[in-house]
Design a binder for this molecule. Structure first.
Ligand SMILES: NC(=O)c1ccc[n+]([C@@H]2O[C@H](COP(=O)([O-])OP(=O)(O)OC[C@H]3O[C@@H](n4cnc5c(N)ncnc54)[C@H](O)[C@@H]3O)[C@@H](O)[C@H]2O)c1
Length: 250
């Protein structure tokens, strides 16, 4: 119960890494606000947490809108009395070669994957400061924050920004006792990669991990829960690779 008496918001909590993290954090004792655009999936995650004996509510949230993220932060505090952990994890992918990437495509991806994280840092950081909570903000980057690959330029740009946002936020929020870290997953078997699987890229994607297998969402959730806990107190400003070696070889 490493997160006993903690209140956590998990964005992108309706699916994949977010759902696994909501379940893991709840098992570790946290009260969880599942935040997502997807109402059916978000409610299902909250129900799964409750069925496992945990505590969770769903809050419909578009992370691409600051007012919605701030409202969800407010809801967490009103409902559970505090905010200790903010997991800025919601994200979207878009495969389109650079010269076919329209400005609106770029805007759409950056708005969710980069602004969504910035809004989460801003809303949670302000609330934790005001409540004098020594909280933790965790952001989902990607190995694509560090490595180039063709066809996903807006995703790379946004994830690289998440890495630096994490460092700057850690520096600026340190005086308030707030930690800010990121995780950089390798390729994780969640709905976001379904298009690649449908196109027959399973084996290519699996080979990018050193042990030749796609990661699963629970493996990422375990690291996120650790980073949220006091055991990770010395980790700050870092983007932690959770990639089975993906970024370490070619
Ligand atoms: N799966 C991978 O291989 C992989 C690798 C590295 C990083 N990531 C990152 O992990 C995070 C989680 O992705 P996942 O793999 O669990 O995919 P997923 O598609 O299963 O989950 C993403 C969730 O984000 C939600 N979402 C999308 N746009 C939103 C918005 N505007 N507001 C609120 N919620 C929104 C979706 O509804 C969905 O529930 C993303 O940031 C993704 O970029 C995934």
């Amino acid at each position: 119960m490493r997160l006993a008496n903690k209140v956590a918001i998990v964005t992108g909590g309706a699916s994949g890494i977010g759902r696994a993290t909501a379940l893991k954090m709840a098992r570790e004792g946290a009260q969880v606000v599942v935040a997502d655009l997807n109402e059916a999936g978000g409610n299902e995650t909250a129900a799964l947490v409750q069925a496992a004996g945990g505590t969770a509510i769903f809050a419909r949230t578009n992370v691409a809108e600051y007012v919605e993220v701030a409202a969800t932060v407010e809801l967490a505090v009103q409902h559970f009395g505090s905010l200790d952990v903010m997991f800025n994890n919601a994200g979207i992918g878009l495969f389109k070669p650079l010269l076919e990437h329209e400005p609106e495509d770029f805007d759409r991806v950056v708005k969710v994957n980069q602004y969504g994280v910035y809004y989460g840092i801003l809303a949670a950081g302000r609330k934790m400061r005001d409540l004098q909570t020594h909280g933790v903000i965790i952001n989902t980057a990607s190995v694509f924050a560090l490595l180039a690959s063709p066809g996903v330029v807006s995703y790379h740009a946004a994830k690289a920004a998440v890495k630096m946002l994490t460092q700057v936020a850690a520096l600026e929020l340190a005086p308030f006792g707030i930690r800010v870290v990121a995780v950089a997953p390798g390729t994780v078997d969640t709905p976001i990669i379904q298009g690649y699987k449908d196109a027959g890229f399973d084996k290519v994607m699996a080979r990018r991990q050193m042990r030749g297998q796609l990661l699963n969402a629970e493996q990422i959730a375990n690291v996120v829960a650790f980073l949220a806990s006091d055991e990770a107190d010395a980790i700050n400003g870092s983007t932690v690779m959770v990639d089975d070696g993906y970024a370490g070889f070619k």
